[in-house]
Design a protein around this ligand. Structure first.
Ligand SMILES: Nc1ncnc2c1ncn2[C@@H]1O[C@H](COP(=O)(O)OP(=O)(O)OP(=O)(O)O)[C@@H](O)[C@H]1O
Ligand SMILES: [Mg+2]
Length: 438
């Protein structure tokens, strides 16, 4: 899989106030409207840029100011970044970022109240950072700075510019700003948490992958040691045994098999390591199943395996990568055939539409065989890289990467895979893929 990054957020988004925005002090009913509308709109916003832009617009509107800027905490770089700007303000006045240790955020964090131009010098001297916070406020031509503090963390702050000459500061405006600020803070906190969760999820996936590549590298070294030893022995002995045709003939066959084995291992590891993001297309899953069954038909027949096919006519369509899902189906079908290679049996392949609790629809397939089954102690290892019971014996020598790859592909398709098996009776694999909405 090629690592993919979350799209970069623009450094800041510039918005202009709607032309009909009344920047005079809003009436009390208007104020109430602003809060109600804002609170109800929040639920529909799912990204920080839209939310940030809306917050700063509403605060400017409520505070009757001509311009404003929202700064958002960037924890990784320990600073507050200019995220959204509204109204006519020279961006040179407002720095692109302020360090977390800057006096302004420190002051806001310590006081958790809206800073205004009218704050008395005594108010500001309550904390060490007060006076320099005031200087910063003036240099950015702000008349108010609204902190967005949640559970003791300053997650953002909004800088509001000059008020209109007619606009007057009153208690109502201040309470409104405080109410809007708190609502905005809660919404910001939720989205920031959500984005953090998303980032952690991507990180976990990447770490999981690195971990399995590590296992694979170790397994590969282990797996090729034996064939390499036999190749080496042959090369060492060949000069003195070159006149022994039986030795040359038999040993070269063994060596060739070993070379094939190494080749196959390399190919499977490359398949896994070069794994790409699936290229999803809208597909008829039954079609794909039928073409895989066609592929194994002759082989099944020659091993006394009877194929029973039940493909549901109401199977929903699925977004999938054809090549990858084909690889999944063939891996499962070939495993089932291997398990019945000695004694023959029955291979039942059934697709059906599955509606899970909550109403989510899936395309589901069951691949059931009457083969030798999987021992309980092996069941929890079958998806591990290099786990195989097909050493030398049986139909073919396995590498044990088949089900590892199957699992990875199903995960990337946001699907599910389960297995049920009884030694001596048979095995069933269940795979579900999320269906396209009807
Ligand atoms: N249908 C099945 N019946 C019985 N055992 C199974 C079945 N499917 C998987 N297994 C067990 O799980 C092991 C791992 O399967 P996996 O497909 O990963 O590797 P493999 O088939 O051994 O080798 P290959 O890499 O060539 O596929 C198998 O060796 C076998 O023991
Ligand atoms: Mg296999």
């Amino acid at each position: 899989m090629v690592g993919h990054r979350a799209p970069l957020r623009p450094l800041f988004a510039m918005t202009s106030l709607p032309s009909n925005t009344n920047i005079l002090t809003p009436s009390s009913s208007e104020l109430l409207n602003i809060v109600t509308r804002f609170a109800s709109d929040l639920g529909t916003m799912t990204d920080l840029t839209t939310l940030g832009s809306r917050i700063i617009q509403e605060l400017c509107h409520a505070g009757a100011t001509t311009h404003g800027t929202l700064f958002l905490l960037d924890r990784e770089h320990e600073c507050y970044r200019r995220a959204n700007m509204v109204g006519p303000v020279a961006s040179t006045l407002i720095p692109p970022a302020l360090a977390v240790s800057h006096s302004l955020p420190r002051y806001l964090l310590a006081t958790n109240r809206i800073m205004t131009q009218a704050d008395s010098a005594a108010d500001l001297q309550e904390t060490d950072s007060g006076a320099s916070a005031r200087t910063a406020m003036e240099s950015m031509q702000a008349t108010r700075i609204v902190p967005h503090l949640n559970k003791g963390r300053l997650i953002a702050f909004s800088l509001l510019g000059a008020t209109q000459p007619l606009a007057e500061e009153n208690t109502l405006t201040r309470s409104l700003l405080a109410a809007l600020a708190q609502t905005a803070t809660n919404a910001l906190d939720t989205i920031v948490l959500y984005e953090d969760l998303h980032r952690s999820h991507t990180l976990i996936k990447r770490t999981d992958r690195l971990k399995s590549l590590e296992t694979i590298a170790g397994g590969f070294a282990h797996e090729i040691r034996n064939p390499l030893t036999s190749i080496k022995t042959f090369i060492q002995l060949a000069p003195e045994r070159k006149d022994d045709p039986q030795f040359i003939q038999e040993f070269s066959k063994v060596v060739l098999d070993d070379v094939y084995r190494i080749e196959r291992l390399i190919q499977e590891i490359l398949d896994y390591a070069r794994y790409m993001e699936p290229k999803l297309t809208d597909e008829d899953f039954n079609d794909l199943v039928a073409s895989c069954l066609y592929f194994i038909d002759v082989k099944a027949d020659s091993h006394g395996i009877k194929i029973e096919k039940e493909l549901a006519s109401d199977l929903p369509r699925v977004m999938l990568d054809r090549q990858q899902i084909k690889q999944v189906l063939l891996n499962l079908l070939l495993n089932a055939m291997d398990s019945m290679a000695r004694a023959g049996g029955r291979l039942r392949v059934q697709t059906r539409k599955l509606v899970k609790p909550g109403g989510k629809v899936w395309a589901h397939i069951e691949i059931e065989d009457t083969g030798e089954g999987i021992q309980d102690t092996n069941l929890e290892h079958i998806f591990d890289p290099f786990f195989t019971t097909k050493h030398e014996s049986g139909e073919h020598e396995g590498t044990g990467l088949g089900l590892t790859i199957v699992h990875q592909i199903i995960q990337e398709h946001h699907g599910e895979i389960r297995v049920k098996s009884s030694a001596g009776i048979g095995t069933t694999f269940f795979v579900s893929l999320p269906a396209l909405p009807a």
